[in-house]
Design a protein around this ligand. Sequence first.
Ligand SMILES: Cc1ncc(COP(=O)(O)O)c(C=O)c1O
Length: 438
Amino acid sequence: MSGDGTNGLWFGHLSERAQRVGPSPIGGLMVRALEQPALISLAAGFVDQASLPVEAARSAVLSALAEPEAARAALQYGTTAGDVQLREQIARAITDADVAALHANNPDRLTAPLNVPRAENMLITAGSNQILALLAEALLDPGDVILCDAPTYFVFTSIVKGVAGRCIGIAADEHGMRLDALEAELARHAHDGQLHRIKAVYVMSYFDNPRGVSLSAQRRAELLALVERYSHNRPIYVIEDAAYRELRYEAPDLPSLFSYDKAQKFVIYTGTFSKSFAPGVRVGYGVFPPDLLQVMLALKGNLDFGSPYLNQRLVSHALSDGLYEPHVALLRSVYGRKAACMLDALEAELTPLGIAHWVRPRGGLYVWVELAAHLDTGEQGQLFARACELGVLYVPGEPCFPEGAVQRSCMRLSFGVQSEPRIAEGIAKLARAIREQL
Ligand SMILES: Cc1ncc(COP(=O)(O)O)c(C=O)c1O
């Protein structure tokens, strides 16, 4: 039997939508890394293994099951929207973070109204990726457009492609999405009478995947004003993906884009406990403008009528029992060291070659390296093959680019999983492979 169309046996029975969904762009890399444990994978976006919160998770799950009545509730189906106590805790945490960030960055704005999340506008999901997938269903008809950074999170572009939508890339620099480029794209669509096709702008506002860059504080307010200006009869949404917000080790926190949305009409805020606690627990969340929430609830109702409730109670206890914050503090120091290790190795190995450029990430899990344009980093190219031979794996840049100017000379390196000695060794091997191509 083949569902992949190779012998056509089942292909004709599949929906057009199923036929559009291709294999994961990095699925092959994951298999390779698992099959060859000696390979130093700087590819996977997995989190640090050694610091996974075993004790905290054990303690939180015991708390969730300690009292029989509460334990039975935790082992029962929950509501589609998710545990109300957890939603309230998350709403409070985002509000506290935004107020603190405003104090630190822009105290003048404290006198202006601040959009704050409310539990009733929130949905808990099994990871924030589920929010992105549900949003694609909620917003996109075939041919509809999402504007996003070039490069961007390749799983998101794949989700959009799966519903026959289009991701159009907007140029980005070390301060995040360039607003002149965003405005040019909005204006082009307006000029062509196609503005109604643009349903949202997707922004990873904190330490993005793959570049580790945050949208600057100034651009946050301006981006929202721009989107409001082009939202003529209906909103162009801003999907603010804050997956890496907590993983900052060198930068102060910034107020969310969501906090600027006084009309509560434009910004959808998504977050996750996968990076800041444990992906195996897989709890994510989204905050929505009220009208969109009803649609999201209906879609999630069809999908699973609520995410695993025990996991939600576990996270709720991790937050209320004082287990979460110390863990995040630990992660900041672990990733801070790993990032420094990778940056030092890149500096030592690649800077002398004079053909590589990267922006120093101040949080997140990735370094994005741009090589000279003639160096092809693609999976079929010589550099990739040689790096694998030498025992190091990276994510080629190409799948990270949405429609628009695709660059074939970039790579995403993750410092999440490997130990510091293996990161240094991996970069040395990579540099050797690059040197051989020169
Ligand atoms: C930018 C971004 N958003 C969302 C996710 C989804 O994470 P999860 O579904 O585990 O919450 C990821 C995972 O790597 C990510 O990199």
